[in-house]
Write a protein that binds this ligand. Sequence first.
Ligand code: 5AD
Ligand code: SF4
Length: 466
Amino acid sequence: MTAQKAQKRVFIRTYGCQMNVYDSDRMTDILRPLGYAVAPSPEQADLVVLNTCHIREHASEKVYSELGRLRDAKNERRAAGSDLTIAVAGCVAQAEGGEIAKRQPAVDIVVGPQAYHRLPQLLAEAERKAAILKAGKRLPGAGVLDTDFPTESKFDHMPDPQGVRAGSAFLSIQEGCDKFCTFCVVPYTRGAEYSRPAAAVLAEARQLVRAGAIEVTLLGQNVNAYHGEAADGSTWSLARLIREIADIEGVARIRYTTSHPRDMDDALIAAHGAVPQLMPYLHLPVQSGSDRILGEMNRQHGRDLFLGLVDRLRTARPDLALSSDFIVGFPGETDADFDDTMRLVDQVGFASAFSFKYSRRPGTPGSAMADQVPENVKVARLAALQALLGRQAHAFNLSKAGTTVPVLFAETGRRPGQLIGKTPWLQSVYAEGPQRLIGHIVETHLVAGHPNSLAGEIARVEEVAA
Ligand code: 5AD
Ligand code: SF4
C-alpha cells in the first residue's frame, strides 16, 4: 500500500466570470494529489484561495477586506497552535502583484491566472518560509509571488479534470485578449490571446464526458477568436472545434462564451444552423448602439456589423436567443448616443443581458478620457436600459410558456422537492421532481413564464433512467 498523505483541506472562493470557475476547479484538481480535499467553508480549511476578479470597480478593496478577515482567522489559528495558509489568485493577483503581500503580510501566496499550475511549488516555498519565520528568523520580503506569463502552458501541467457537477462542465479553450477595448482590464490581467491546441481540447472534452458531462461550455475571454493548432499542423477555428466536439459520443449540449462580434465568422454562424448539439443561445456583447461610442471604445465594429450578424444568425437558427453586455455612461456618451443603444435593443430583442455603469479602471485608456459622465446620469440611463431589457427577457420567457422542452436539471431549489434546470435557451426552470434527475435532460412542460425564470412540470419522470 502507498503511504497516505496527511489530509489537508482547501477552500477556494471564486469571484467573477466562468473562466474563474473553471480555474478554481483546475486548482482543486492540482491540489488533490498533494492531499487536499475540498473544505465546505474557510473555517474548516488549512488553505484558503481567493480566486479574484478585477473587472468591477473596488474589486481590489473587496479582496483586501476579505484578506483582513482571513488574517484574523490566521492569527487565531496560530494562537491555538495550528495555521492557515492564504493565497490570492486570479486577476487582482495579476494586477496588484507584490503589493498584495505588502499591504496584507498575512498573505502567503500570490499567483496569477497563467501560473497556477505552479501551486505545488509555491505551497512548498510558502511552507519553507513559514518554518523559517516560526523559528524566529527574519525573511526579506513577505509571501511567495508568481505572476509570470510562463512560456510553458499551465494546461500542459494539470491533471485531468475530475469533478463534473450535474452533467455540466466548463472547458477553457482560449485565454487572454488582443482587442484592447478602452474600458477593459482583461488584456492587461489575462495577457495576450492564446488558443489551446485542438488535440488537447478534444482530449479534455472526452475526459469530461467520461467524468459525467453531457453539456460542455467552451470558455475564453474572446472565445470565437479561437485558432488552435491541429495535429496535422493546420489551424482550427471555433466552428471546426465545435463540430468535432459534437462528434464525441455522449455530448448532448455545446455552448460557448464570450464572443466578440468581429470574430463571428461565416463558419461559426453556419454551425448554429447545422450542429444540433450547439444550443440556440448566444452571448454576444455589443456594449453600445452608438457608432461614435463604439469607436471610442475601440470595439472595432459598428452598429451595422452587429445588426447584420444578428440577421445572419437568425437566418441560420431562427429560434436563437441572444444575450449581450452593455455599458452605459462611457466617457462622452450623450443622450443621443444612449438613445442609439435603446434603439438597438428595441430592434434586436434580447432574451437576457448584462448591463453596467461605466467604471474607470486604472491603466485603461477610458479612465483617462475627458467627459466622464456624471454618476446620476449613469444611474438614470442604466435604470431605463434595464427596464427595457427586463421587459424583453420577460416577453421571451412568456413566449416559451405552454411548450414542452428539454431541460437539463442542475441543482435542487430552495423548496423541498424542487429542481432547477436550464432550457436550451439558457432560461432557468423550476419544477418538482426527484433528485435523481439532476444531471439529466428531461422533457418538461413550461407552465408559466416569469421575469427571470419559468415554472415547469416534468412530463414522465418514471421514464428517466435512475
Ligand atoms: N466598466 C463597466 N463595465 C465593464 N465591463 C468591462 N469593463 C468595464 C468597465 N470598466 C463589462 C463589459 C464586459 C463585461 C464582462 O463587463 O460589458 O463585456
Ligand atoms: Fe475586454 Fe474587449 Fe477583450 Fe472583451 S474584447 S476581453 S471587452 S478587451
